[in-house]
Design a protein around this ligand. Sequence first.
Ligand SMILES: [Mg+2]
Length: 205
Amino acid sequence: MTIPEVVVFDLGKVLVDFDYGIAARKIAARGDLDDDDVKGFLDRSPAPYHYETGLITRREFFEAVRKATSFDGSFEEFGSFFADIFWEIPSMIEMHATLRRHGIPTYIFSNTNDLAVEHIRRNFPFFSNFDGYILSYEVGAMKPDAKIYEALEKMSGKRSANILYLDDRTENIAAGAARGWQVILQESPEKSWAAMKESGLLSRV
Ligand SMILES: [Mg+2]
């Protein structure tokens, strides 16, 4: 078995949990749709996907939501409502810190947007301690598109079984496994910790 040389973390539902319902409620309170309709819009509209692939800007995303919901707040208020939906998963933050103490390079590999990243960088110190960040809106592609996996390989200088990758979504994990990456499907922090110990990376922990 190859002991991996770098560890690649998905962000949402791996290192931080989130609830778009929090944003939907705050946006609904300032517009003419109810919570569920705002949530439905965010789920079904192409705007979040376009925003997270870098096809539209933050301002254009704001305008799309404003048009659909009649949100009457400012661009800045919208940004804070949309971004303040995350909280840390403590045992996974500890896993990352443990890897760093062992000198193991780590990367963030996320389908996300600039509002979320700015908010997380400002509020969660762990986020600053990675070797690199592959973010969908910067790459112009979302997991499981091969383009974003290639970007990670290029940035890290690693390929196939030298990469260990954690993600909570099966289609993203499958795309990594198809490239020969070692993978951990995050079902719970406990299972991910057990799998991390089996990888051989933290054999002395
Ligand atoms: Mg995720």
